[in-house]
Design a protein around this ligand. Structure first.
Ligand code: PLP
Length: 801
């Protein structure tokens, strides 16, 4: 964008006056933020309109990314960067005595997601716009985002996230584009011109109102759209009739009931949340999205049979998989297509990404509930299933397979099966994950549809996670290899020779230290934490889940603490262990883990004998904004999930991109990181996929063996039950049980020895600082392949185009 500093200053002044009738001098940071955000939206608006017109005029194929979650974070900084006016804005504001960093802190995170899955959707939006691809988001405008986590007495306490309270400058309400959504009621069948017609009646009808947010591409003129839907009553005017009859509360209750559909994001991650309200949410945004896509399509004046040539719909996990049945409904009931034509269009339009093979996360809905809420959709699912079952029976002649592959079974509707059958592409999110899908979990489907399954390894936008989050490192990279890496992240590989350059390494190390100092100051001011910036920053930030094994990390810390107590002169490099993790509010064991981390942290941090050699900090409220702060100063990246359990991971990519060394199991994209950087630049430990599958198949794991044969494990587990941690002996008995009585589902004890060894290796590697820095630089150099630009190019070439 072309604008100069003086114009910018003038525009900003004018904005403040227009919005608040205030001078710069008297305005608060909050007003300055809103004025700046509004100004930036103005700047983007013309290209937003132009982009839309171009798409329509050229009849460009439109891609819609349907996702229940978009974990976007803040937009001010990334919008300034992508518009190419960061420097001008910074200079102008500095001259006006305004600190941009302070202004940025005013913005609330758009925390409309739980973790990796929602953040992936946000990275994809950035990459699609930056590559000039006509790709848009479709989701829910939750009034409340993911809860804010507070830590009180070591426990997680959830506080609602009222992110819209101060207003949201980025979104535009499009009331004229609202659509109606029907729930419940009955379906009657009639004959009309020799064909069956299905009529829904006695439904509850509500309104879906879209709010559009511009998604600004980097240094191009593309501005795509994230459309988020809000649920409202059909008749918004206050029902005075009820009011005068004294039924005020009835009227407001009704309004609240409808608005509850887009009220709050389910805070569950990697576990199924089976509630009727969640099913409502899913149908709500799927139906609204499809209706608005269809309406736009009709303006092209193309025959409906060409729909799939102009539209691609991608469903992020199974949450939007009702799209299969809803698109069928719209094509058959509203557009009067035959089943066969509608099915051809639907399956050629929709593609599906699978994010997990863990059975507890696979979505299934009870038939009764589903049928009552979505009677017509249920009929369509039944018919899809009837045809599937016939075909499977015909091809495999095996009733076991028919039962296993059926969409409907055991009184439930299996959403993953619906998504697979209704899509032309099913992809996993890392090589290992896709292999597990094809040859284990979904083998029957892969045999049945030999060309449907494919891999698209996840990625992250290097613009947010490097250019924006780590400006010092970005500048050093640009000084060294030029700035073409910003548009072509693979060019980061040109940094590789610099790993041998002493003066580059010094600058690289200095930046890491400066980032660590900056974070230490922030943590001191914000949480009162005393952090030694010269210690190794060891970071595990991600959702709290048993399979991610924060416990394994903690058990090594407990063992290290014991060794230090036994030998205060133990020669170790000082280390600071950081944890950041939200637990689903209903996930009892995960919350106990948080309490345990904080209990151990308290004990170690307050033990004068340890003399600060190790410290442990739990950073509250892990979110995109916190990630942007901690990742640039991380030196050890903890990616220690049980092999086969983490589909891909993306935190692993962000951390390597910022020059942390990965300490990892052979799981998810860790394997691809290892392949990229080489065995010498990553530390691998733990049992492999084959070993995990063997244990599972033969039921041959017995965690007691490890408890009985490794005195370190015995001491740690015993300490959970005695008073040595200074809490009631019952506090951690359930963690203890999960590891022994319940046989340690995620092989924490099995991998303990291997992990401790790996951690000791980290310590010894760090002693050779030249080699350490070299490895870190090689990690950054190889991180370009994990840019979501690459991922999106593959989706575009191999699925959407
Ligand atoms: C990247 C990211 C995640 C995903 O982290 P994993 O380590 O891949 O699980 C979760 N939450 C936030 C806020 C993130 O930025």
């Amino acid at each position: 964008m072309l604008i100069n500093k003086e114009t910018f200053k003038q525009d900003f002044r004018k904005k403040l006056i227009n919005m608040y009738a205030e001078d710069i001098e008297e305005s608060s940071n909050s007003h300055k933020y809103f004025a700046l955000a509004s100004l930036i939206r103005d700047y983007a608006s013309e290209n937003w309109l132009k982009t839309n017109k171009k798409y329509t005029n050229n009849k460009e194929k439109q891609i819609y990314y349907f996702s229940m979650e978009f974990l976007i974070g803040r937009l001010l900084h990334s919008n300034l960067l992508n518009l190419g006016i960061m420097d001008i804005c910074n200079e102008a504001l500095t001259e006006l005595n305004i600190d941009l960093d302070e202004i940025e802190e005013v913005e609330n995170d758009a925390g409309l997601g739980n973790g990796g899955l929602g953040r992936l959707a946000a990275c994809f939006l950035d990459s699609m716009a930056s590559l000039g691809i006509a790709g848009h988001g479709n989701g829910i405008r939750y009034t409340y985002g993911l809860f804010e986590q507070q830590i009180i007495d070591g426990y997680q306490v959830e506080v609602s996230d009222n992110w819209l309270k101060k207003g949201n400058m980025w979104e535009v309400r499009k009331e004229n584009k609202a659509v109606q959504i029907h729930f419940g009621g009955n379906v009657t069948t009639t004959m009309e011109n020799g064909r069956l017609k299905f009529l829904e009646h006695d439904c509850e009808t509500i309104l879906a109102v879209p709010y559009d947010t511009p998604i600004i591409g980097y240094d191009n003129s593309t501005v795509n759209t994230l459309r988020l839907w809000s649920a409202e009553p059909l008749n918004k005017d206050f029902d005075f009739a009820s009011f005068s009859r004294g039924e005020y509360s009835k009227a407001t209750e009704y309004k609240a009931l409808i608005e509850s559909i887009s009220q709050v994001l389910y805070p569950d991650d990697s576990r199924q949340e089976g509630k009727i309200l969640r099913l409502k949410q899913q149908y709500f945004f799927v139906s609204a999205g499809l209706q608005s896509i269809l309406r736009r399509y009709k303006k092209l004046k193309e025959p409906i049979n060409n729909f799939h040539k102009y539209i691609a719909i991608h469903i992020n996990d199974t949450h939007p998989s009702l799209a299969v049945a809803e698109l069928m409904r719209l094509l058959i009931d509203e557009e009067n297509l035959t089943w066969e034509d509608a099915w051809y269009i639907t399956t050629n339009t929709i593609a599906y990404t699978n994010h997990t093979i863990m059975s507890e996360a696979l979505e299934k809905w009870p038939i009764d509930m589903f049928k009552r809420l979505l009677p017509r959709i249920y009929m369509i699912v039944e018919e899809i299933n009837r045809r599937l079952v016939n075909e499977v029976r015909e091809k495999f002649k095996d009733e076991n397979k028919v039962t296993a592959m059926s969409i409907i079974g055991n009184g439930q509707i299996r959403m993953a099966h619906l998504a697979i059958v209704g899509s032309h592409s099913v992809n996993g999110v890392a090589k290992l994950h896709t292999e597990l899908l094809k040859y284990q979990e979904l083998k029957n489907f892969n045999d049945f549809y030999p060309n449907k399954f494919n891999n698209k390894t996840n990625g992250i936008t290097h613009r947010r996670w490097l250019l924006q989050a780590n400006p010092k490192l970005s500048n050093l990279i640009t000084e060294s290899i030029g700035d073409h890496w910003i548009k072509e992240p693979d060019k980061l590989i040109e940094l590789k020779p610099f790993s041998l350059d002493t003066s580059f390494r010094e600058k690289f190390d200095k930046i890491k230290l400066e980032n660590k100092i900056a974070f230490s100051n922030y943590a001191k001011a914000t949480y009162g934490m005393d952090i030694d910036p010269n210690s190794i920053f060891d970071v595990q930030v991600k959702r709290l889940h048993a399979y991610k094994r924060q416990l394994l990390n903690l058990f090594n810390i407990m063992d290290l603490y014991r060794r230090l107590k036994e030998n205060p002169n133990l020669d170790i490099i000082p280390r600071t262990f950081f944890f950041g993790a939200k637990a689903a509010p209903s996930y009892y064991l995960a919350k106990k883990n948080i309490k345990l981390i904080n209990t151990v942290a308290y004990k170690i941090n307050n033990d004068p004998q340890i003399n600060g050699k190790i410290k442990v900090f739990f950073l509250p409220n892990y979110s995109v904004s916190l990630a942007e702060k901690i990742i640039p100063c991380a030196q050890v990246s903890e990616q220690i999930s049980t092999a086969t359990k983490e589909a891909s991971g993306t935190g692993n990519m962000k951390l390597m991109m910022n020059g942390a060394l990965t300490l990892a199991t052979l799981d998810g994209a860790n394997i691809e990181i290892r392949d990229a950087v080489g065995d010498g630049n990553i530390v691998i430990f733990g049992i492999t996929k084959e070993q995990v599958l063997d244990y599972t198949k033969n039921h041959s794991y017995n965690s007691y063996e490890y408890y009985n044969n490794d005195f370190r494990i015995k001491l740690i587990l015993d300490s959970l039950l005695n008073s040595s941690l200074g809490v009631s002996p019952n506090e951690f008995s359930d963690i203890h049980n999960s590891l022994l009585k319940n046989n340690d589902e995620y092989f924490v004890l099995r991998d303990f020895a291997s992990y401790v060894e790996a951690q000791n290796k980290i310590d010894s590697l760090y002693r050779n600082r030249d080699n350490w820095s070299k490895s870190c630089i090689i990690n950054v150099a190889n991180s370009g392949i994990f840019s979501s630009d690459n991922t999106i190019k593959q989706y575009y070439e191999e699925i959407w185009k």
